[in-house]
Design a protein around this ligand. Structure first.
Ligand code: ATP
Length: 513
């Protein structure tokens, strides 16, 4: 993490707290690691993001790759599901330990069995080398390679051993894996099974054990047949869901980026297997364009197609997987995932058909093709919290020339407050006009009135929370029935008729602002 990016992230976190975007959960008790609360402006921002997703995906007028309208319906499923769901999906079973993967050697290690060699005199940026606990030869190899790198001799006086799990995230990024040559190739430790467990009912035994869902996708898969039977959907079609997901992340960090409780916006788009390539490419490009349309338009946003050998087991033979990634201050110059778009083939529907015992009865009957099959799935899966964080990072714009020294450059569609309404002075009928305008607009837009302080201070407050327009009622308003609207970024002003203010905001928010 570079010095400038660290500093900038601190500024963003401070602004989020100061202006009521994001607070630490349970802050008065010292907080709880990996959990965050959204304040008044933050909850509006995140809601705007989720609404934009739902409006464009479920209520939108998308046109598919061959010119046909794209059909998508929504569901809203429970967080706790029958635990068999998680056996079928592959989430239960396997290991229950923190694991790290090495991107260079492709090996996997128990993170709590990894040790590192570190120079006793090591400064903040020192390199470390890892080995497996109990592997004396490995320790010697790690020690000698570090000593060689530091142009000194391997000896217990110079070097000490520490558990890998005791390192913080920044230190982990400087570790050379046991079978690697370069530092930073170990992924962060992840529980192989990251699910939070709980118990349903009064008796806390194995039979009562359930899980908080680690993703919203499985609620969609297990309802596939219900939706087909109860709605008039035909392949190709999608089922969308927005909701909370929980993962007991080993090292929650980077503000809300890796939280233990977060929200996902997931779409499972069901298709005939022969159409996977074209739908995959179409969704990948559509989703990338969507993030741009809500304000991540610069070169901080990239689309990254996965290499074949990085693909999840279910996606190996498929049309592909790509990530939409954002250059967060804490990942810069690298990028962090906002959304994954994957061709999951028929992995999930088949797994549920087998586990629930319905088997082939769960195959979809395609009337047009006169064929029974398990549909394939293209899954665009996005994080609402990472999305909101990217919007905050992108919007943060230092500007020494302004009273606020910073303004939040949100796209009007996602801005928490769309307009501030100010009487220039609190007399001569101006507050009354402001109140009337506020009443007219408030059911359609989030607007705030503010009659106190100098106009400059009022602009500064609105700049800091990213309000795109400030509407001022002045001495001329009674005469010309018009107001002055100031645009946040350019600070330019224009005169707009009082009865056209609603249409003005509508056009800016929903048009190509
Ligand atoms: P990562 O590799 O960063 O852990 P992932 O590939 O496991 O992410 P998915 O399972 O594909 O993530 O989940 C889809 C989306 O959910 C991600 O793109 C991300 O936006 C969001 N997400 C996943 N884990 C977290 C988390 N711990 N905190 C916040 N958002 C998350």
């Amino acid at each position: 993490m570079s010095e400038t990016s660290t500093k900038r992230m601190e500024d963003i976190v401070a602004l989020c707290r100061r202006r009521g975007f994001i607070f630490q959960s349970s802050e008065i008790y010292g907080g709880i690691n990996g959990f965050w609360d959204y304040g008044p402006y933050g909850s509006e921002l995140k809601r705007n993001l989720k609404n934009a997703w739902w409006e464009d995906i479920v209520h939108g007028d998308l046109v598919g790759p061959t010119g046909e309208p794209v059909k998508i319906v929504g569901v809203d499923c429970t967080i706790i599901m029958n635990p068999k769901v998680w056996e079928a999906s592959g989430h239960v079973g396997g290991f229950n330990d923190p694991m790290v993967d090495c991107k260079e050697s492709r090996s996997r290690y128990r993170a709590d069995h990894l040790m590192v060699v570190v120079n006793r005199q090591a400064g903040e940026d020192a390199r470390m080398t890892a080995f497996m606990d109990g592997d004396d030869a490995g320790m010697e190899k790690a020690g000698k390679s570090l000593a060689k790198y530091e142009k000194t001799e391997w000896s217990p006086e110079v070097y000490e051993i520490r558990p890998y799990m005791d390192l913080d995230a920044a230190a982990m990024a400087r570790v050379v894996g046991p079978d690697a040559d370069a530092p930073g190739t170990l992924t962060e430790p992840r529980m192989f099974n990251l699910m939070f467990e709980t118990y349903c009912g009064a008796i806390r035994d194995e039979d009562a054990k359930t899980y908080l869902r680690p993703e919203t996708a499985q609620g969609i898969f297990v309802n596939f047949q219900n939706v087909v039977d109860s709605s008039r959907v035909k392949i190709p079609f999608g089922i969308a869901q927005i909701g909370k997901a929980f993962r007991n992340e080993v090292t929650p960090r980077n503000f809300t980026f890796r939280s233990r409780e977060f929200e996902q916006m997931e779409l499972e788009f069901f298709i005939h297997p022969s159409e996977a390539e074209q739908w995959y490419a179409w969704w990948r490009d559509n989703r990338f364009a969507w993030w741009k349309s809500i304000g991540l338009a610069g070169d901080n946003l990239i689309l990254r197609e996965h290499d074949r050998d990085e693909l999840a087991h279910y996606a190996k033979e498929g049309a592909g997987t790509s990530d939409i990634e954002y250059r967060f201050p804490f990942t810069a110059p690298g990028f962090g995932e906002l959304e994954g778009v994957a061709h999951r083939a028929d992995f999930d529907l088949k797994a549920h058909a087998e586990h629930c015992g319905k088997g082939d009865k769960m195959r979809y009957f395609d009337q047009a093709r006169n064929e029974r099959y398990f549909p394939h799935v293209i899954e665009p899966s996005a994080g609402a919290d990472r999305g909101a964080l990217a919007l905050l990072c992108e919007a943060y714009t230092p500007d020494e020339s302004r009273a606020s020294k910073v303004f939040m450059n949100f796209h009007p569609r996602v801005a928490p407050v769309k307009a501030g309404i100010f009487p220039l002075v609190a007399k001569d009928g101006m507050p009354e006009i402001a109140d009337k305008l506020h009443k007219e607009l408030r059911r359609r837009f989030v607007v705030e009135t503010d009659a106190k302080q100098s106009i400059g201070k009022r602009y500064a407050r609105m700049d800091e929370c990213g309000t795109p327009y400030c509407i001022t009622i002045d001495g001329d308003t009674t005469g010309d029935q018009a107001v002055t609207i100031r645009e946040r970024n350019t600070q330019s002003q224009e005169r707009v008729a009082l009865d056209k203010v609603g249409a003005f905001l509508d056009e800016k928010i929903h048009g190509d602002a």
